[in-house]
Design a protein around this ligand. Structure first.
Ligand SMILES: Cc1ncc(COP(=O)(O)O)c(C=O)c1O
Ligand SMILES: N[C@@H](CCCC[NH3+])C(=O)O
Length: 441
């Protein structure tokens, strides 16, 4: 019997994920590849990332700026997804990188991203990290405090180099996203307060020889789904540019940061054309080189996390216990974030029947992927996909409860490859040593 009642979860999810579809006995297919086949071959939990979706989204983003005739340098935020294979896809699409540690810098370089296409943000860059950046003469270091500015200036002079820098501005604007991923309010630890920028900019450009100050950077937060905060932030930057130029100071680059959100559930998330439009309207006529640092928008919908149902526990609630935990995907536990969940077998009825809690095996009450969610009936042994796991997924996973890191598979062009082997317990244990003096007492 068919019904016209819209399903509470499945239909909108599939509509928002054109790279996913049910194909009869193949079950859920991602960009032409059966996810059941992947789970059967590689076991669960298992991350799957589609090079095709990643490439498609990278090109869509670039096209949005091209359509507005707005040249922009795109730097992928490596923190969202740092795998070499993903960075390679993005480098092939002409992306540079936004890095926040020496480790990410090394990864970007190793993936073939040119040093001049790398920007380095972060409030706690160590001397060693700054030295690495200066040594490689990366495109831009986004300086986040007066203290860091002095440290970098001295270090670069000592190395007889001149570091290309921008000031990351704290504009004191609320990004209207989850508080834990908001970065541009005065009380947040990021950036230099906007009201001290003019004096500091003058002093830096006229007195400091270790740094070449080329402009400003701003990043308000992540998973932003309205245009208002972007517009406010960029207007603040534009007004600073006018102030600085009126003072005879040079400004050639503006880094607009990342933050573009995606519809995890049924949010109306603005497309990249909105971002291009807002940047064009606020900063488009300033005659500067524009930069963006997107992460989530590119990577999240390109990846899923596959898991198997260990048990269905009927208690006060029906608990679907899966073999992925918060150690794999921590976002729901950390931010109460909502991730779509789809069975890998084609459901008999897309209407979804049971109201269940989907939980992981970790000994933490916060190890919950979905509360009171309408899902098609699931039984022990069934496979599920947690959606939008391509960003802030693998990179935030841990081995909590001595659970080895899950395998990672890349699909693309009808091919597939394991891009990270499942960690073994032996490998986990091999990293540890028991001091001799403990054993011989
Ligand atoms: C400085 C900076 N740039 C870019 C990003 C990427 O943000 P998103 O993944 O939301 O695009 C972040 C993370 O929030 C960031 O801190
Ligand atoms: N880790 C966050 C995003 C933080 C971005 C870093 N500034 C998330 O999963 O949503």
């Amino acid at each position: 019997m068919t019904s016209t009642r819209p399903d509470p979860t499945l239909q909108p999810l599939l509509k928002n994920h054109p790279n996913l579809s049910y194909e009869g006995s193949k079950g859920l297919v991602m960009d032409g590849t059966s996810l059941t086949d992947i789970a059967s071959q590689h076991g669960t939990p298992c991350w799957v990332i589609s090079a095709d979706t990643l490439r498609h989204r990278a090109n869509t983003l670039k096209d949005a700026f091209k359509a507005r005739n707005l040249p922009v340098h795109c730097h992928f935020a490596v923190k969202a997804q740092d795998h070499q294979a993903c960075l390679t896809v993005l480098a092939q699409c002409g992306f540079g990188a936004d890095v926040v540690s020496g480790g990410e810098l090394r990864r970007a370089l190793a993936a073939g991203i040119k040093a001049q296409d790398i920007v380095f943000s972060g409030i706690g860059k160590t001397d060693e990290e700054l030295e690495l950046a200066v040594q490689h003469q990366i495109g831009q270091i986004n300086v986040e405090s007066v203290e860091e500015l002095h440290r970098l200036d001295a270090l670069a002079r000592k190395m007889q180099r001149r570091a290309r820098i921008a000031f990351r501005v704290n504009p004191d604007i609320d990004a209207k996203t989850h508080s834990k991923i908001t970065t541009g309010r005065a009380e947040d630890k990021f950036g230099i307060a906007h009201d001290v920028i003019p004096a500091l900019y003058r002093k830096t450009q006229t007195e400091m020889s270790g740094v070449e100050l080329v402009g400003l950077a701003v990043h308000l937060g992540s998973q932003m789904v309205t245009d208002g905060p972007f517009r406010k932030g960029y207007e603040r930057i534009a007004s600073l540019v006018h102030t600085l130029r009126a003072d005879g100071l040079r400004i050639s680059d503006i880094d607009c940061g990342g933050g573009l959100g995606i519809p995890y559930r049924d949010e109306t998330a603005p497309p990249p054309s909105m971002l291009a439009e807002v940047i064009a309207e606020t900063l488009g006529d300033l005659d500067v080189q524009l930069h963006i640092e997107p992460g989530r928008w590119l990577a999240a919908p390109s990846g899923v996390l596959l898991a198997r149902v260990i048990d269905v526990k009927d208690a006060a609630r029906r608990f679907i216990i899966i073999d992925a935990g918060m150690n794999d995907l921590v976002r729901p536990a950390m931010y109460d974030s909502w991730h779509g969940i789809l069975p890998l077998h084609t459901p008999e009825n897309m209407e979804a029947g049971d109201v269940v809690d989907v939980v992981g095996p970790i000994c933490e009450s916060s190890d919950i992927f979905a509360r009171q969610r309408h899902l098609p009936p699931l039984k022990k042994g069934d496979l599920v996909a947690l959606l939008d796991a391509g960003a802030y997924g693998t990179v935030m996973s841990s081995t909590y409860n001595s659970r080895p890191l899950a395998a990672q598979v890349m699909i693309g062009g009808g091919k597939q490859a394991v891009i990270r082997k499942r960690q073994t317990l032996d490998e986990l244990l091999a990293q540890e040593a028991v001091p001799d003096w403990l054993l011989h007492t």
